[in-house]
Design a binder for this molecule. Structure first.
Ligand SMILES: *Cc1c(COP(=O)(O)O)cnc(C)c1O
Length: 384
């Protein structure tokens, strides 16, 4: 079965559900049991215990998310950062070197810079838009390469097929954080990436009520990461599993709506006289539009823009906007809005932010599933 869009809508509902319904229950019940009766398991990792990531709620999610990403196997974790840190500490060992895209999620960037060096793992950063420059960063001990499908907050799309080609040519493990695109819009394993990571906190759960993560890949790779997670202990609680499972069932509906809202809002802002610049890969004016259009079926619901009048105008806009909530995070049913200079990139100086192209007037918008006409009316009055 090919994993096209139509199948995804069925798979979010049916993949991973118990083959025989439990007591006939249409919905998988939540198993709040830390431990389960011994039934002759012969490995520690097969004992049934919540920390060992193998309750019925975990197993259903592993199959469901793996199916959506067209992966052989999957694992859910206590947060996106638990997935990222546990995976990197499985793929990499002391003495290894990592190449990573320069504009990464803040928590990941910090982890690479401040935690991995303590474990004897060094990282060099690459410009995902300049494939010519990658080879000069390679070292004898380079083991893996790490990128994000769509970067925050400028929504850039790196040369992803070239990343895969480069990894294969040099025997590297290729890892990609697919949080912003979701498997509805892009499935990296299908173009040759080895490992996919998610913060399920965002679009996959979609209701801003839990933190969770996931990692997808080959059976062998996921087994190794699972054994690490079994020791690190970053397991997802069964009740959070239940909520993620429920959220996933509407993933396709939500993301299709967010794709539509994202594009409509980007076009509205792009034509508004009070707006200086809009960053959204679905707009033809975005420098990565052609690549994004070739790779993705939609551009998701996150964009950023700069009003004319810079920081003063941005602050005024945030005071006047009514529907979106001013809060970090993204991917939920409700629209959220932030100024990256106050949130995700608050740790940088004005100068460092300017180098990255993140002005103090930049506003990031994570669109929810509200009616686009209401959202546009609200943005219009707040810009007015
Ligand atoms: C939020 C986020 C993370 C971290 O996920 P948590 O669930 O908050 O730990 C990682 N990568 C990206 C792209 C994110 O947006």
């Amino acid at each position: 079965m090919t994993n096209d869009e139509a199948h995804l809508a069925t798979q979010v509902v049916h993949a991973g559900e118990p083959e025989e319904r439990i007591e006939g229950a249409v919905n998988l019940p939540v198993f709040m049991s830390s431990t389960f009766e011994f039934s002759g398991e012969n490995s520690y990792h097969d004992l049934r215990y919540i920390r060992l990531n193998n309750t019925p709620n975990h197993r259903a999610l592993h199959t469901k998310i793996a199916t959506l990403e067209n992966a052989a196997a999957g694992l859910v974790t206590a947060s996106g950062m638990a997935a990222i840190s546990t995976t990197l500490m499985t793929v990499l060992s002391a003495g290894d070197h990592l190449l990573a895209q320069s504009c990464l999620y803040g928590g990941t960037y910090d982890f690479l810079n401040n935690t991995l060096p303590h474990l004897g793992i060094q990282t060099d950063f690459i410009d995902g838009h300049d494939p010519e420059s990658w080879k000069s960063k390679l070292k004898k001990n380079t083991k893996a390469i790490y990128v994000e499908t769509i970067t925050n907050p400028l929504l850039q799309v790196a040369h992803l097929p070239e990343i895969v080609e480069f990894s294969q040519a040099h025997g590297l493990v290729s890892l990609i954080d697919n949080t912003f695109a979701t498997p509805v819009n892009f499935r990296p394993l299908e173009i040759g990436f080895d490992v996919v990571l998610h913060s399920c906190t965002k679009y996959l759960n979609g209701h801003s009520d839990i933190v969770a993560g996931a990692v997808l890949g080959s059976q062998d790779c996921i087994d190794k990461i699972t054994h690490r997670l079994n020791h690190f202990g970053g397991s997802l609680d069964p009740h959070a599993c239940f909520l993620l499972h429920r959220g996933l069932k509407t993933l396709v509906l939500r993301v299709q709506c967010q794709n539509d809202n994202g594009l409509a809002m980007a076009k509205f802002l792009d034509s508004h006289p009070a707006v200086k610049k809009v960053h959204y890969p679905g707009l033809e004016s975005h420098p990565d539009h052609r690549r994004a259009a070739e790779l993705f079926t939609g551009f998701a619901g996150t964009l950023s823009f700069e009003p004319k009048g810079d920081a003063t105008a941005a602050r005024r806009f945030l005071k006047r906007i009514r529907l979106p909530i001013v809060a970090p995070s993204l991917g939920g049913v409700e629209s959220l809005i932030t100024r990256p200079c106050e949130t995700s990139h608050a740790g940088l100086t004005d100068e460092q932010r300017n180098v990255l192209g993140i002005s103090n007037g930049l506003i990031r918008v994570a669109l929810g599933i509200e009616a686009i006409t209401d959202l546009i009316d609200d943005f219009d009055q707040a810009l007015g």
